[in-house]
Design a binder for this molecule. Structure first.
Ligand code: GLY
Length: 565
């Protein structure tokens, strides 16, 4: 057995040992602890750049812009300017808000654009290639954040990414694996060999000269460079050459939206998360409020009862997600009703400890009067007490795989987050309905859940995750790990996770999950999917400890790193 395999087995066994802990208090293993400020992101380079901005006097929003652009270069699987994202923030005075810079459908998009002539959903066109691309929002988002909250000049925040793109980024083992795995997809989407189509190994350096030029133009010309300037022309030329429908008009019309976050109380904690077009905040509120009447602590962490309770609440929330949720600028969402205690108590009233509910007989609830793959998340707390959680994405790994050759960046395949046809699953197995049907300039429904928690009026936790439909349940399990099971942040993000999303009707478990509970769950009628999910989510989080220090939770499933001072 070679050294890598032995190390892998040891770490899997260690994680399994952790899941066997059945009594509280759990063993504490802490992540990085610092006094004042922290960034936890998917790459060490990006976390370091964000922190260096705060050391120069910048605030969390300055750090956000620099971290985001550093991820674009160092983590191209999900870091992006060709995609979009969401930010939830909490200022030091306790005011909160959220920014939606999610992609939009092009003006020429139609409801049936991914259906073949016989009415079946084309298995490729919403996922790979230029037709899958939604109008990107990231650059508009970063400039909007800077306009409202930035304290350092934008030029200073973009410079580290320009340097990184020019000097190159060292490939990690995980990155080499992702790049090599996607070679065939890159060829399919771009119809020719592209820069990143190579045999990569850990330790190689990739330089991005075209991306450095794009970033220099953005530095010189601002937001309009991406939406109306030379970069816009380069992007649209590439998309149209490959058969896409996006136009310069689509880029010129793109707008971000400031939105009121979803806020709700779970026991004594205030949870602040992303509103539609993300399903994250509402779904998480539904699940947490459904389980709040139970004394969760009496069930051992990851025990059969714990899994059962969460799964039954998740099943009901995801059934509602599929029917009611979509872009709030296009559909009327009964948010208050969906999150009301009365409604949720009724939804859970047929939950039976003796027998699994079947998704085939469970549909959405009745509201009177009336929807990895790869994404990335980072959490920031600054020395002034401001905090923010950002989840940003190209959707799948490297998005549509379309690489804007002259611009040096990938484009998203966010169009797959729409419901191409009612009842037909997307790449996450999520089924949707009319609320999330495709329409020109509509935003596709998301699961991204950047979240901040406040306890007794004070900042408690900042967190989020990639992972498509599993984002919501990954974030929620980490909330429970800390609030109910008193885990440290690092211990929490390391714990094995599980997920249920109504359809398909099975519980997805990480392969590291202790199998001990599987037989008991099967006896109750639950079906288990254990082999297909090596990992569920990659949670990057910050916990404010009782003495005010910050503890980072950097997910060991990736190259994620906490940096702070
Ligand atoms: N593209 C994944 C999501 O937004 O949920």
């Amino acid at each position: 057995m070679n050294k890598t395999i032995s190390l892998l087995l040891i770490s899997i066994l260690c994680i399994q040992c952790n899941t066997k802990v059945k009594t509280l208090p759990v063993d504490k293993t802490h992540g990085l602890i610092v006094e004042k400020a922290m960034v936890v992101s998917a790459r060490e380079e990006a976390s370091k750049i964000g922190v260096s901005i705060m050391k120069q006097g910048g605030n969390a929003f300055d750090a956000m812009i620099a971290t985001d652009l550093a991820l674009l270069v160092s983590y191209p699987v999900a870091g992006n300017i060709g995609g979009g994202g969401f930010m939830v923030y909490r200022m030091k005075d306790g005011t909160t808000g959220s920014l939606d810079y999610r992609e939009k459908a092009p003006i020429a998009a139609t409801k049936d654009m991914y259906l073949d002539e016989d009415g079946t959903v084309n298995p490729v066109s919403s996922k790979i290639g230029a037709l899958a691309v939604g109008v990107p929002g990231t650059i508009a988002g970063l400039f909007e954040v800077h306009k409202k909250f930035g304290s350092l000049p934008f030029e200073k925040l973009i410079d580290p990414a320009i340097k990184l793109a020019s000097n190159g980024v060292v490939v990690t083992k995980n990155q080499a694996k992702y790049l090599n795995k996607n070679k065939q997809n890159f060829r399919q989407a771009n119809k020719r060999i592209i820069l990143l189509d190579n045999n990569w190994k850990a330790g190689d350096t990739i330089k991005y000269p075209k991306l450095a030029e794009t970033l220099k133009r953005i530095k010189a010309n601002g937001r309009d460079e991406f939406y109306k300037g030379k970069t816009a022309t380069i992007l649209i030329d590439q998309v149209q050459k490959l058969g896409g429908i996006m136009t310069l008009e689509d880029l010129a019309n793109y707008e971000v939206k400031w939105r009121d976050p979803i806020t709700f109380i779970y026991k004594k904690h205030k949870i602040i998360s992303m509103p539609p077009p993300s399903s994250g905040g509402i779904c998480m509120a539904q699940i947490l409020k459904s389980i709040a009447p139970y004394n969760i602590k009496q069930y051992a962490h990851n025990s059969m009862e714990y899994i059962q309770l969460l799964v039954e609440a998740e099943r009901r929330a995801y059934a509602d997600r599929s029917y009611f949720l979509g872009d709030p600028d296009f559909v009327n969402i009964p948010t208050d009703s969906l999150m009301s205690e009365d409604y949720l108590n009724k939804r859970m009233s047929d939950f039976n400890w003796e027998k699994a509910t079947k998704s085939s007989v469970l549909t959405r609830g009745s509201i009177p009067g009336y929807e990895s793959d790869e994404t990335t998340h980072y959490s920031i707390v600054d020395p002034f007490g401001n905090s923010l959680a950002v989840t940003t994405t190209l959707n799948a790994a490297y998005g549509s795989k379309v690489y804007v050759e002259d611009g040096g960046f990938f484009l998203n395949n966010e169009m797959d987050d729409f419901s191409a046809k009612p009842g037909e699953p997307n790449m996450y197995g999520l089924v949707g309905a009319k609320s999330n049907a495709i329409a020109p300039q509509k935003r596709m429904l998301s699961s991204m859940s950047p979240t901040i928690i406040e306890t007794n009026g004070k900042l408690k936790m900042v967190l989020g995750s990639p992972g498509g439909s599993t984002i919501i349940t990954s974030v929620m399990q980490n909330i429970l790990n800390v609030l109910e099971y008193n885990m440290s942040m690092q211990e929490s993000v390391t714990k094995p996770r599980f997920h249920h999303q109504w359809l398909p009707d099975n519980i997805k478990f990480e392969t590291s999950f202790d199998t001990i509970v599987f037989n008991s769950l099967k006896k109750l009628g639950y079906s288990i999917d254990h082999s297909n999910s090596p990992i569920i989510g990659k949670v990057d989080a910050i916990l404010i400890m009782p003495d005010g220090k910050l503890e980072g939770g950097a997910d060991p499933r990736g190259d994620d790193t906490a940096v702070g001072f």
